[in-house]
Design a binder for this molecule. Structure first.
Ligand SMILES: NC(=O)c1ccc[n+]([C@@H]2O[C@H](COP(=O)([O-])OP(=O)(O)OC[C@H]3O[C@@H](n4cnc5c(N)ncnc54)[C@H](OP(=O)(O)O)[C@@H]3O)[C@@H](O)[C@H]2O)c1
Length: 293
């Protein structure tokens, strides 16, 4: 057991945050947890839903991220701060990390929840912002952790920009479609994270990156699985990596989406199977991509 009892989520109304909140509230009675939410006091989604969230057993704390003192005050007594900030909130994560260190939070969980990339290449260099809070935490002696989980299938496969468009019977696949990628559903990510954060001793949590993978599939396999479930006429075309690179170069590195698709197509968002930490949660039985098709 980690011994951590007071968990605070920042960004509990987002895709990841909601799932983490659901899981914390699910295990709260069994483990005797205190579950709290930080939300923006003027515009926060959790602020708007505070009555319902409080009824479900979470304490909602209103903060102004531009005023660090409000964050420090709200974090007093927190054992674990879990950041689930999305893209627009990422610049604020350094505020969170600093406030957590000042409030003597015992563990800061950085919002990463993404691919196992060690370096961000052209078109993705702004993603370095995700790692800045870790440097702050190191400087301020705040223990940290984060989770590299691969791609969320329920979000990505149906994302119109991706052109996979399974239900239309016409898919565009980037690259050859033969490169495996790591996939984990959002509820499985939340179950894994809450399990290790509550069950592992602090010595196995501090300053550690967790690598997890619910399933490993290529895009060609996903289309084949879909077609097996929904037999019908189907047309697949391929967009080579060269064409994606041209789009990124033309955009002078600003085309984030196609830059990310290059990483999908070339397998840089796939885990090294030898480095997986799935076994830290022995009963983890994550969904497979096929379950969502
Ligand atoms: N692996 C994948 O395939 C994948 C896919 C998508 C995202 N991700 C990653 O998952 C993490 C969480 O992303 P998400 O998509 O779940 O987040 P999201 O849905 O965009 O929401 C995050 C929350 O951040 C809070 N927030 C704080 N400051 C904010 C600000 N200035 N502007 C907007 N929101 C602010 C909001 O909570 P309040 O309103 O309560 O303040 C919001 O509900 C990110 O690190 C993201 O990169 C991974």
């Amino acid at each position: 057991m980690s011994g951590y009892k007071v968990f605070t989520i920042a960004g509990a109304s987002g895709k990841v945050g909601k799932a983490v909140l659901d899981e914390l509230l699910r295990v709260k009675p069994e483990l005797g947890l205190d579950v709290r939410i930080l939300t923006r006091k003027e515009t926060g989604n959790a602020a708007k839903d505070s009555e319902e969230l409080e009824k479900r057993g979470a304490k909602v704390l209103l903060v102004d991220y531009a005023d660090k003192h409000t964050v420090v005050h709200a974090l007093k007594g927190t054992d674990v701060l879990i950041s689930c900030f999305g893209a627009t909130g990422l610049p604020l994560q350094t505020v969170l990390a600093k406030a957590a260190a000042i409030a003597r939070v015992k563990l800061y969980v950085n919002s990463h929840w993404g691919a196992p990339m060690d370096e961000y290449r052209y078109g993705l260099t702004h993603m370095k912002i995700k790692d800045e809070p870790i440097q702050v935490a190191e400087r301020m002696h705040l223990p940290w952790t984060y989770f590299r989980v691969g791609i969320f299938p329920e979000f990505t496969i149906h994302f119109p920009l991706l052109e996979l468009n399974l239900s239309s019977g016409k898919s565009v696949i980037y690259g050859t479609g033969e490169t495996p990628n790591s996939w984990t559903t959002i509820p499985d990510v939340a179950r894994y994270a809450v399990y290790v954060l509550t069950r592992l001793p602090p010595s196995k949590l501090h300053n550690r990156v967790f690598h997890i993978e619910g399933d490993r599939k290529t895009f060609n396999e996903i289309v084949r699985l879909y077609r097996a479930k929904h037999p019908a006429e189907y047309q697949v075309t391929y967009k080579p990596v060269d064409a994606l690179e041209e789009l990124v170069q033309k955009s002078e590195g600003k085309d984030f989406f196609h830059a990310l698709m290059i990483e999908y197509a070339t397998g840089r968002v796939a885990h090294d199977p030898a480095r997986l930490d799935n076994a830290e949660y022995p009963g983890w039985n994550p969904k497979q991509v096929a379950d969502l098709l």
